[in-house]
Design a binder for this molecule. Structure first.
Ligand code: ADP
Length: 401
């Protein structure tokens, strides 16, 4: 028995979860928010208790210090040696990483740094988080677990953008996808618990949260995914537009006088559910407004569902079709309303038979939504990206990564 920690360092936050392995038992979890502020927030949950403090957290090093202090103070670990590996979530691994990598190797760090232009928001924070932990736990093995790694099995006809080939090559401009750790977790779980083995399995995983993406997974390997060069591509999300005609960008630049950077920012932060509804980026608020008859919120919900349905359609006509459809993440696990809107769009063509009563009554949990008559098994499976990170830590320590 030993402990490993999954770490997710964002630009102003640091989330962590400590596991007892190989049992996969969560011993504690928590986060530091508002890093860089005098009124930072530090939270830790363990043993059924939750502690929250508001205090200055001026940088990631301080956030790591607070985490370590709390682990010792609350007796969650007796000594720091009990932590045998740190697994850091990294959003962008580019073409370099098709699986998790040893973070203490200079190559890993160099490549993540090289990829900063592809992910300027997260990559520097991942490196800062890694260094803050390395300073605090210099002898602890560490791995980088990439959101993009699972999607590296896509064929060029799926990942290549139809732009001049030399530009794709020279600038590494292609579809990388994201949420790979979640799609991988869902596919693994479906294969182990629902489909009885990898062979001839065809799964569509729908990770629909405030960020959202779908993946088509054949025999356990990703063959297609909806996010693109960055997480802006694919389906409509909380604040991101998802796929649009690329000329929208130029057109809005010329209409508004804003720079392309400013328009890009609007597509990332002010579009999606928020932009269409004008109400909120949170599906709960938009659903509520739609139920009260707000026109824009009704359109926002329908538009959001239609985009997911379009991708389900696209992936289910791939050679061999699909045998299982999985909903997951914030909306996929909790919004019976949006799940139904999506399913209604595709059920006839795909031969689905859904128990819509179960969809509502068994919300917020793992459940099969389809009946025996359905051509495709449809289920809700809560995702768990952190446990995937912890599993990779174990593989790394055992030399089987
Ligand atoms: P991310 O990890 O991308 O930040 P999540 O997967 O946590 O996103 O999803 C967050 C979103 O899920 C919220 O913005 C909201 O739209 C939706 N959501 C979360 N909980 C619920 C709920 N209980 N009912 C309906 N929607 C929910």
């Amino acid at each position: 028995m030993y402990k490993v920690m999954a770490v997710n360092a964002g630009s102003s936050s640091l989330k962590y979860k400590l596991f007892e392995m190989p049992e996969e038992k969560v011993i504690c979890s928590g986060l530091a928010e508002r890093i860089g502020h005098e009124d930072g927030i530090f939270k830790i949950k363990f043993n059924g208790q939750e502690v929250k403090e508001v205090l200055p957290i001026l940088d990631h090093s301080r956030a790591v210090e607070l985490t370590i202090e709390a682990l010792l103070k609350y007796g969650i670990v007796k000594t720091l040696d009990e932590i045998k590996c740190l697994g850091h979530r990294v959003v962008q691994g580019g073409k370099y990483f098709s699986k998790s990598a040893d973070f203490n190797q200079q190559y890993t760090e160099d490549k993540i740094a090289e990829l900063i232009p592809l992910d300027p928001l997260h990559a520097p924070a991942h490196l800062t988080g890694f260094h803050a932990f390395k300073d605090a736990l210099p002898n602890c093995p560490a791995i980088a677990v990439f959101d993009t790694a699972f999607h590296q099995t896509m064929e060029p006809e799926d990942y290549l953008f139809p732009i001049p080939y030399e530009m794709s090559e020279k600038f590494a401009c292609r579809r990388y996808g994201a949420h790979g750790t979640s799609h991988n977790y869902l596919a693994d779980k479906a294969i182990a618990e629902y489909l009885g083995g990898k062979k001839n399995t065809r799964i569509i995983t729908c990770h629909v949260g405030s960020g959202a993406s779908l993946a088509a997974v054949r025999d356990g390997k990703c063959v297609a995914t909806s996010m693109g060069l960055t997480p802006l591509g694919g389906v409509m999300m909380g604040t991101r537009s998802g796929d649009i005609d690329p000329s929208v960008c130029n057109y809005l630049v010329s209409c508004t006088g804003k720079t392309s950077e400013e328009v890009y920012d609007i597509l990332n932060k002010k579009s999606g559910l928020l932009g269409v509804s004008g109400v909120s980026n949170d599906s709960r608020d938009v659903e509520e407004a739609a139920n009260k008859g707000d026109e824009r919120s009704i359109i926002a919900c329908k538009r959001c569902a239609r985009r997911v349905a379009d991708y389900i359609g696209k992936y289910s006509v791939r050679r061999g079709g699909a045998a299982m459809l999985i909903y997951s993440a914030g909306i996929g696990e909790n919004s019976a309303f949006l799940r139904e809107l999506i399913l209604k769009d595709v059920e006839e063509a795909l031969g689905l038979d859904i128990d819509y009563k179960v969809n509502v009554e068994k919300n917020h949990q793992e459940v099969v939504l389809s009946t025996e008559k359905s051509k495709i098994l449809v289920a809700v499976i809560p995702t768990d990206e952190e446990v995937m990170i912890a599993r990779d830590c174990v593989k790394f320590l055992e030399g089987t990564l």
